[in-house]
Write a protein that binds this ligand. Structure first.
Ligand SMILES: NC(=O)c1ccc[n+]([C@@H]2O[C@H](COP(=O)([O-])OP(=O)(O)OC[C@H]3O[C@@H](n4cnc5c(N)ncnc54)[C@H](OP(=O)(O)O)[C@@H]3O)[C@@H](O)[C@H]2O)c1
Length: 305
């Protein structure tokens, strides 16, 4: 089967490329090769490559910038995704797409399941929900995997930011009233390829399984506890940091100015995914520890994390 991957330079796309290549031939693009701002480029590459499986890890992910770039966010996260869905439907291809906890407003008491009402407070979340709707309305064979708080050892993410700040700051304020689950790009890629391997072996085996799923590790944390975990883990591995654990102070969201409103509760209920595909999800701390170790051992200069 021909697999076409978009977003190969992103956190998730980079990990996916490695995993998908174990399943068969993969053609992968970054934004310089296929730009989602250009409808014709997207349609053209689909016509040219004729994929059996489209995996879309490309997205406009700058959550705060999206508040002032709403047209661009919608183009990349919804309009372009609509073209992928339309191709998939017309050609009996499978579309695998990634979405976000930010489609929810975060006011629920308890974990969000796939049936819960989407009601994003942000442009980014709304654009991602619009993308999901384009896929669902197209009627194509699809898997939408919603995930949360993504990190990897590349790109910009919370782990790298905290490690950098901990090398120079004596004190740090971190939000403690937003709860969620950090998810490694590696876990997302592993689970995606596990599901796709079943499809590649026997496409009919997924016939009853198309739809939306929540994907994150088990457990939960908040940004403040997460920051402390990162610093503690790095220190335990011999890293000399300026920032003592007791100098990481909890603050409410109201004291941290950001353009976009984030959900206070980003917890996703993953039981549907675990039971549909017999997948076990590790505790979030396992992959975070591994990523910190990777970052500390692979860097080339003291603070080039
Ligand atoms: N990051 C998170 O915390 C988070 C949380 C929940 C869900 N998600 C979802 O998970 C998926 C992957 O996220 P990620 O963290 O891997 O994001 P990322 O690291 O920001 O990567 C996104 C990729 O999208 C590509 N892209 C952006 N604009 C594009 C355009 N106009 N045309 C074509 N490609 C474009 C970029 O390609 P280039 O590098 O080539 O420019 C980039 O590599 C997304 O669907 C995202 O919404 C992310």
């Amino acid at each position: 089967m021909n697999v076409l991957l978009f977003g190969k330079r992103g956190q998730v796309g980079h990990e996916l490329l490695k995993k998908l290549q174990q399943l068969g031939a993969v053609v992968a693009f970054d934004s310089t090769e296929v730009d989602f701002r250009d409808d014709e480029q997207v349609k053209h590459v689909l016509r040219q490559e004729q994929p059996d499986i489209i995996v879309n890890a490309a997205a406009y992910t700058a959550v705060d910038n999206a508040e002032s770039e709403s047209v661009l966010a919608h183009q990349v996260n919804a309009t372009a995704v609509g073209h992928l869905a339309s191709y998939a439907n017309d050609n009996d291809a499978l579309l695998v797409h990634f979405s976000t906890d930010y489609v929810f407003d975060g006011t629920k008491d308890g974990r969000y399941n796939e049936q819960d009402l989407c009601n994003s407070f942000s442009v980014y979340g709304t654009s991602k929900r619009d993308g999901e709707e384009r896929i669902i309305e197209s009627n194509c064979k699809h898997l939408i995997l919603r995930t949360s708080w993504v990190y990897s050892n590349r790109g910009t993410n919370f782990i790298k930011t905290i490690l950098k700040l901990a090398t120079s700051k004596a004190e740090l304020n971190v939000i403690n009233d937003q709860v969620g689950v950090p998810t490694s790009a590696q876990l997302i890629a592993t689970v995606t390829s596990q599901i796709l391997s079943k499809y590649v072996e026997n496409p009919v085996s997924l016939k009853e399984a198309y739809g939306t799923y929540h994907l994150s590790p088990s457990g939960e944390t908040n940004w403040h506890e997460y920051a402390k975990f990162i610093v503690r883990t790095a220190m335990e591995r011999g890293e000399h940091l300026q920032l003592p654990l007791e100098a990481i102070h909890p603050i409410p969201t109201s004291q941290y100015a950001q353009a976009a409103i984030r959900p206070k509760n980003s917890l996703l209920d993953t039981s549907k995914l675990r039971s549909a595909f017999q997948i076990e999800l590790p505790d979030w701390q396992v992959d975070v520890e591994e990523t910190i170790c990777d970052l500390l051992t692979s860097r080339t200069t003291p603070y080039n994390i």
